[in-house]
Design a protein around this ligand. Structure first.
Ligand code: MN9
Length: 294
């Protein structure tokens, strides 16, 4: 199975006033971050508000990202949804457009046994022939995986790896050590450095769209053995992330992009627009982040 390495922004989904996808802004975010050295993109995930989009919008979004990226990086597409069949349909709809891998959040809302969830992943892998990245995000999906379960799930040759959106570094370390031929992605930007230290090579994160340069440089510093610089950059990033989390991560990311000159609209309702004081806090945090940065 091929390995993945580098910084992968989990893309927000830019929308217009009618909550339709704004491809121009999408292109601006992609071009800006490619220049900063990111390795590819994760699209139609949590950060992309995918469960607030219609299925055809998700398909269009994934195709648009493939067209814009045009081979200059990987496109990892989350096509996970409520039923196996609907998930496979979405995977088939994007299969020919140049995705490097598909990813799927476990089926949620109803409770399923681990056997059912495992079969869901195997059915997707077998039906599509595309590498599948499990999306481990217990906080939002409500599905927690044990380490042995993940290792067992990944023993199938169609499962390429897992996106670990969990603070459980003990689990991540075990996966890296025991599943050497699989791609283990870090999924929380605020623990990128600790994840690198246990052998993780790739990271998917929402905040890379607004500060891709910080995290690309963090990984470069780590790879060069410059731990002081890597620690400094993680700290800078985490101060910014603290403000984003306080305001609400996805609306705040769109707010920062607006300040940076890319108007991605608001988040889809029921998310509410940011308040003027939120923009003030974001402006101050952004200034602090880049003050004195080379
Ligand atoms: O895609 C993102 N996960 C969620 C990954 O938002 C649930 C992360 O990048 C976080 O937004 C980030 C802040 O907690 O680490």
């Amino acid at each position: 199975m091929r390995q993945f390495e580098g910084i992968y922004p989990a893309l927000i989904t830019p929308i217009d006033a009618h909550e339709e996808i704004n491809e121009k802004a999408l292109e601006q975010v992609i071009e800006k971050t490619l220049k900063q050295g990111v390795a590819g993109f994760y699209v139609s995930g949590s950060t992309g508000e995918s469960f607030l989009l219609r299925d055809e919008q998700r398909v269009r979004l994934i195709k648009a990202v493939c067209e814009i990226v045009d081979g200059r990086g990987d496109v990892l597409a989350n096509i996970g949804t409520f039923s196996t069949k609907a998930t496979i349909n979405m995977a088939e709809a994007v299969a020919g457009c140049g995705v490097s891998a598909i990813s799927a959040v476990p089926p949620f809302y109803f409770s399923y046994s681990k056997e059912e969830i495992k079969q869901y992943y195997y059915d997707i892998a077998e039906a599509t022939g595309l590498p599948v990245i499990i999306y481990n995000i217990p906080k939002l999906s409500g599905v927690s995986f044990g380490t042995e379960e993940l290792i067992q799930f990944m023993s199938h040759s169609g499962i390429a790896g897992v996106k670990q959106t969990t603070m459980d570094l003990m689990q991540t370390e075990a996966l890296v050590r025991r599943c050497k031929d699989k791609a283990i992605f870090n999924g929380h930007d605020e623990i990128l450095l600790p994840a690198l230290s246990v052998g993780v090579k790739a990271s998917i994160g929402s905040t890379f769209s607004i500060m891709g340069d910080v995290f690309v440089n963090l990984k470069k510093a780590f790879d060069a053995g410059d731990m002081e610089k890597a620690k400094h950059l993680q700290g800078k990033g985490n101060e910014m992330i603290g403000t984003l989390l306080e305001i609400g991560i996805f609306p705040a990311i769109k707010g920062v992009l607006k300040i940076q000159g890319i108007d991605c609209g608001h988040c889809i309702k029921p998310y509410q627009p940011l308040k003027p004081e939120d923009y003030k806090k974001l402006e101050a945090a952004l200034k602090k982040l880049y003050d004195g940065m080379e």
